[in-house]
Design a protein around this ligand. Structure first.
Ligand code: ADP
Ligand code: NI
Length: 222
């Protein structure tokens, strides 16, 4: 099979596999990450095929949904494509180290291909879409939007990370606002500027509404 055909097959497979996820890993997340990764690979270089395949497959067997599956479907699928072993291994190693997991694991990326895919995954957690995904995730897990009296405990294990009591605004501080400093590529950093700023503006507005005071109303709002 030609590389372009493999990419298309993989895209179709992900469309059917991830159609119904309501925790922010639905197929359209994959499509956005794929599109961005393709663009950034054009700017930054690297093996575009590896970038595209890792972008498409990166959330298929995410640790949160699939603790003990050890990427078995992904491995089997890559084998079925009859790719060369180093290519298969490279794609797999990117996917395995992609996730932030509360900063509890080493998710650093050794290759430019991995750096590009991880940057794109992180860009999709920023900005307007990132905010929507965070609240969708929180809703799916029955978290409150915000609770000013809930001091969320720092998680020391993945178990705690998933099961402690939390609210979604906390996630902005724990992860989202830190992401722009963790990006590797210049192209991603450029895209992140606006998205990061939007998170900050959003939080300002959120608190402004939450702690409503009549004196804040100016003529425009009366
Ligand atoms: P990654 O795979 O990069 O670690 P995740 O799978 O943790 O990313 O996150 C997927 C999406 O869900 C992201 O948009 C992320 O911000 C959001 N998300 C993850 N954990 C939480 C949480 N505790 N509260 C709100 N949103 C979350
Ligand atoms: Ni992702």
């Amino acid at each position: 099979m030609k590389q372009q055909q493999m990419i298309e097959e993989t895209r179709k497979l992900m469309r059917s596999e991830l159609a119904d996820d309501a925790t922010g890993h639905d197929y359209y997340h994959i499509e956005r990450v794929h599109r961005l990764a393709k663009y950034i690979a054009q700017q930054e270089g690297g093996d575009a095929f590896v970038v595209e395949m890792a972008a498409l497959l990166h959330d298929w067997e995410d640790w949160k949904h699939c603790k003990d599956c050890k990427r078995s479907k992904t491995k089997k699928y890559l084998k079925s494509l009859e790719l060369e072993k180093p290519t298969r291994k490279h794609i797999l190693s990117i996917i395995e180290t992609m996730s932030f997991q509360g900063g509890l694991v080493d998710s650093s990326q050794a290759t430019i291909e991995g750096q590009i895919v991880q940057d794109c995954d992180r860009l999709d957690a920023l900005g307007a879409i990132g905010i929507a995904r965070a609240f969708a995730y929180g809703g799916a897990k029955s978290h409150l939007l915000y609770d000013p009296f809930l001091l969320v405990q720092e998680a020391k294990t993945l178990e705690e990370l998933q099961h402690r009591k939390q609210h979604t605004i906390h996630h902005f501080y724990e992860k989202l606002l830190k992401l722009n400093d963790l990006l590797y590529t210049e192209s991603a950093k450029k895209i992140a500027v606006r998205r990061h700023r939007y998170l900050q503006t959003y939080l300002d507005e959120f608190y402004h509404e939450w702690y409503f005071e009549a004196e804040d109303l100016d003529d425009n709002h009366r």
